[in-house]
Design a protein around this ligand. Structure first.
Ligand code: ATP
Ligand code: LTN
Length: 335
């Protein structure tokens, strides 16, 4: 039988997941597990590059675990685990650090953005973030990495680091490919549609959280910025980023092309369109919200699944880590 391709992705427990995270990444997690061997991490090591409140980080890690289960990640088909529970990530990062150049890291767009946003805390972890992400991906010999468009650069540096290491030591790592959806890879803010929808946006009207109740979703949608033209037409255009964004969201959720959406709302205007988008979002999120509540209630089950996930992940990760450690000349500890 042909070996299934390996899919790997991570997501930070650094805030309430948004519709952007869902459409750009999480939505594909469940779908991909039929065809591939999937491994999904809650990237808590990444999230401390920005200051976190310990109790809140713990709570969000639990909640995100439950939310991914609710969104369709099946712990029997896939491996779902918490990154900090597998020490190999930190160990692999150290080795890869020595194969990464400062210049490469300081050129990363996310580093530049985040060091501006958190100018009081430009720590070494923020710069090193992509190397930790490379370690994640390479430890599992992943072929495909489903992410939103904002992570493309981090995938490129991962490929460069892997190729550099392989160039010195032979084929240790699989070179991964990004898997970025064609529509919905960059869901924009509802308030500033030229910026990406972000869970850390201080303006709550800018994003829809996966757990927002229906009335909140309807209200945020009605307040969404549509463009300052008088045309009132539902069509995709560069000068209409607000409406274009809503068309993209509606198209993905309804499995339609953007042309079909334009067709459906021809002559109807924003007044009819915005509530329809809100309804589509509410309908998509409802079953996830129901399942989420169920998973979160059963603490013992969550704990058991977390343990099982970490054990299964560790077995794979340690294999690659040992291989890399031997290659660089470390003596593996005997047990
Ligand atoms: P923050 O905004 O706090 O930096 P984030 O929303 O980017 O965080 P991450 O955990 O870093 O969240 O990202 C999780 C996944 O969601 C990644 O694959 C990322 O590419 C994707 N993603 C994030 N925002 C969007 C968006 N607006 N549209 C599409 N995909 C997105
Ligand atoms: N940096 C990613 C989250 C992440 C990730 C990964 C994604 C951490 N490790 C490995 C894919 C593969 C982000 O979305 N901000």
């Amino acid at each position: 039988m042909e070996q299934k391709k390996i899919v790997y992705s991570g997501i930070q427990p650094s805030g309430n997941l948004t519709l952007g995270n869902y459409i750009g990444a999480v939505r594909n997690f469940g779908k991909m597990q039929e065809e591939f061997d999937c491994i999904y991490a809650i990237a808590d090591l990444h999230s401390i590059t920005v200051r976190q409140e310990p109790a809140l980080l713990r709570r969000r890690t639990n909640e995100l675990f439950a939310l991914l289960l609710a969104a369709g990640v099946d712990p029997e088909k896939s491996i779902l685990y918490v990154q900090s529970q597998v020490p190999a990530h930190a160990q692999m990062t150290w080795v890869l650090n020595c194969f990464t150049y400062m210049g490469e890291l300081s050129r990363m767009t996310q580093f530049k953005d985040k060091s501006q946003k958190h100018s009081d805390n430009v720590n070494a972890g923020l710069l090193d973030y992509p190397v930790l992400m490379a370690a994640d991906i390479l430890l599992y010999q992943a072929n495909l990495v489903p992410v939103g468009a904002d992570q493309k650069q981090h995938l490129e540096i991962t490929r460069d680091i892997a190729a550099r290491f392989n160039g010195v030591y032979g084929d240790v790592f699989t070179i991964p490919e990004p898997y970025i959806p064609e529509v919905g890879a960059r869901v924009m803010s509802l308030q500033v549609p030229t910026e990406k929808m972000s869970k850390s946006d201080p303006n709550e009207n800018g994003f829809i959280a996966i757990l927002d109740p229906p009335d909140v979703i309807m209200r945020k949608m009605k307040r969404a910025v549509t463009d300052s033209d008088t045309e009132n037409a539902v069509r995709v255009a560069p000068e209409k980023p607000g409406v274009s964004n809503l068309i993209g969201i509606y198209a993905v959720l309804q499995n339609k092309t953007t042309q079909q959406v334009e067709e459906e709302f021809r002559g109807k205007g924003y007044g009819a369109f915005k509530p329809a988008v809100a309804e589509a979002i509410i309908e998509t999120l409802k079953p996830i919200q129901d399942e989420y509540a169920r998973y979160l209630k059963d603490k013992a089950q969550l704990e058991a699944l977390m343990k099982q996930g970490a054990e299964r992940a560790e077995r794979i990760a340690v294999r690659t880590l040992n291989k890399a450690m031997k290659k660089v000349g470390f003596i593996l500890r005997s047990y």
